[in-house]
Design a protein around this ligand. Structure first.
Ligand code: ZN
Length: 391
């Protein structure tokens, strides 16, 4: 805090608050549905280049990567990032509406705020040039949200920057929060398939809907620990063709989560046992039927769980930055963000909020209010980046 260039960096972040909000709004008006982030990525790359970032490029997965020049060494290598994608499908109206201090728009908090914070920090560091040792990569990732299954950050850590990154910071969403643990999840599309037939005429054969019902009843009764928090959900149930037909196929989507890799694996095993039970019990119900009944389990998403612990230096640095800026009410928590991937590889990682308020992320009336202290989040981010890059 005594470093005059760093102090100037923090001051200019506050001065540039309106610029940051403008970035947040305009970037958000470029659609970025899952697997369709290219237009937003291209514009984001252009803005990073305009700030004077070096070696701006878009990798083969679609991540935008750029390098902050002026460092005296290549190590440590810090990745400072936000995610490009939203949860909203193609074709939705991405216009941002401003009413007083409230901005309403798809993804305006998650993660247009994060994208704006990354730009704000980049601008302030470029203009005020505090000296630090390492190199900072300013990055925007693709595929953070559900269906994307962390494909962007996975590509970064397993291919593009494999073995090179010393610390990872993600700015995701709003508020003043530090996410130090990664919730792991497995997602499945489960199908039961049979021969099907007339409800009256073909009665007496295994029914895929009945098999799935038996499995659901088992799953609903699974006991999970509260700590580490472990959860399960059957989110969709589909199938059948008419009320008087034995269905040929029924399916459901299941999501299981835990902060602990061990608990996630244990729950996964119990889930599979319940699914198998549904199949066997329904077959047994009709021992004389020749009709087949099959179970298919398709993985549609996996995020690794990790709980590195709050004594990790990167978490302590985040707390230190918050404390130095007198940012109130910080809590560490667990989340499902880009940081899950590096955390699971043992690379120090943290996800921080971008400031402001946006309580209804992922909903079609998502809004953001900056309040009077949202700028303190990019200030904290800048301080954290400087601390990790080293003097
Ligand atoms: Zn997000």
């Amino acid at each position: 805090m005594a470093d005059s260039r760093l102090a100037a960096t923090l001051a200019s972040i506050q001065t540039n608050n309106a610029w940051t909000i403008e970035q947040q709004t305009s970037i958000c008006e470029i659609p970025a549905p899952p697997f369709g982030e290219a237009a937003r990525g291209k514009e984001y790359a252009r803005r990073l280049a305009a700030l004077g970032m070096e070696e701006v490029r878009i990798d083969s997965e679609g991540n935008v990567i750029s390098r902050l020049p002026g460092s005296t060494a290549s190590k440590p290598l810090i990745v400072f990032s936000a995610h490009l994608d939203t949860v909203f499908p193609e074709g939705m109206d991405v216009h941002v509406k401003r009413e007083g201090k409230r901005l309403t728009g798809l993804g305006i908090g998650d993660d247009c705020r994060g994208l704006a914070v990354v730009l704000a920090v980049g601008k302030a560091l470029r203009e005020n040039k505090p000296q630090f040792k390492g190199t900072v990569l300013f990055v925007a990732t693709v595929g953070e949200e559900g269906q994307g299954d962390l494909r962007g950050v996975r590509h970064l850590f397993t291919k593009e920057l494999k073995g090179q990154v010393d610390a990872f910071i993600s700015v995701d969403g709003t508020g003043f929060r530090i996410t130090s643990r990664g919730v792991g999840s497995n997602r499945y599309l489960v199908s039961y398939k049979g021969r099907g037939g007339h409800s009256y005429g073909a009665f007496g054969m295994p029914n895929p809907a009945h098999a799935m019902g038996r499995a659901i009843a088992r799953i609903a009764d699974i006991e999970v620990p509260q700590n580490p928090r472990t959860t399960f959900n059957i989110g969709t149930v589909k199938g059948g063709t008419s009320v008087n037909s034995i269905p040929i196929e029924v399916s459901m989507e299941v999501d299981i989560r835990s902060e602990s890799p061990k608990e996630l694996a244990a729950l996964d095993e119990r889930l599979r046992a319940a699914l198998q039970f549904g199949l066997e019990a329904e077959k047994k119900r009709w021992p004389n039927s020749q009709a087949a009944l099959e179970l298919e389990i398709k993985n549609i998403g996996s995020r690794p769980a990790a709980s590195p612990g709050d004594d990790l230096p990167i978490i302590q640095a985040a707390f230190g930055a918050a404390k130095a800026l007198k940012i109130p009410a910080f809590a560490t928590g667990s989340g499902s963000t880009d940081s899950n991937l590096p955390m699971s590889l043992g690379i120090p990682a943290v996800t921080i909020g971008g400031g402001g308020r946006s309580p209804n992320a992922h909903s079609i009336d998502e809004w953001f209010e900056e309040g009077d202290d949202a700028y303190r989040a990019p200030q904290m981010a800048a301080l954290l980046v400087a601390m990790l890059a080293g003097k």
